[in-house]
Write a protein that binds this ligand. Sequence first.
Ligand code: AVJ
Length: 315
Amino acid sequence: MAQFIQRFHADKSAIRDELNVGLHAPQAMTSPKYLYDALGSKLFEAICELPEYYPTRTEAAIFAAYADEIATSVGTGRTLVDIGAGNCAKAARLFGVLQPAHYVPIDISVDFLRDSVDTLQQRFPAMEITALGVDFSAPFALPDNVGSAQRLFFYPGSSIGNFTPAEATDFLARLAQAGDNDGGLLISVDLIKETALLDAAYDDALGVTAAFNLNLLNHLNTVLEADFDVRSWKHIGFFNVEHSRIEMHLESRLLQTVHWRGGKRSFAAGERIHTENSYKYTIASFTALLERAGFKPQQVWTDPHGWFMVCHAKP
Ligand code: AVJ
């Protein structure tokens, strides 16, 4: 039976403190993890279906084309630790070739993860599943029933792009410390490409990404008891070539004052809240980052356009 462990979730005051610091900063900002309340997780699933959002389908094509090679490289029967598992669909599609002995999905969106795991356990009744509802961007310990031998960290979707390169190096160094040579890390990274393709992927015609970004304000209205008027804000998403990252912002449409538990602030027309960075790499720049983190890249798989990479690395 699936075991569900939820930690750090109850600490509402730490969440409020972190949000307060960001919202009061000269350049207002919020961590991208706050995009994932229950509705945000569903809107992200919808983003993954958009014609402009190439990462999900490109990654799926790479996993499908190279499933056997990937399984040979990472090995079978591993403890599969799925970082930011969401709906668990990516891992589930690899269960057939990877035959994990134990599946450990981790996600900050606790209720969404619980629903995903319930469904998954029905599909795979014999699979040992230990689900963790935690914020993996802060250091966390795995529970005692998650063995350290044959541990394979699975970090798909290019979510590593949410960290700055320096933060990504520190984060991956922690995984290298906790990893195992019989397993290691299977990670996906989005690659630098034509700006127009990147811009469209983060500012789609249907406005789903806009809804995903704006829904952050609904989430803040709940967790911070804030009075953001969603209609007074505009989604901005574009590729910043100099920093090699997608930036998402929410831009105030007018001069307004917003109140929340712990503060208030006036936003001028055009003033922005920076809500997400999504860094893009080259194969060379990312394998160099892995090496700085203490990983030895074993194999890299990419698509015919060279838009996206999947890498197996060992500590
Ligand atoms: C989940 C962080 C990989 O950066 O592409 C998608 C999030 N934001 N559209 C990404 C996201 C806007 C996504 N990651």
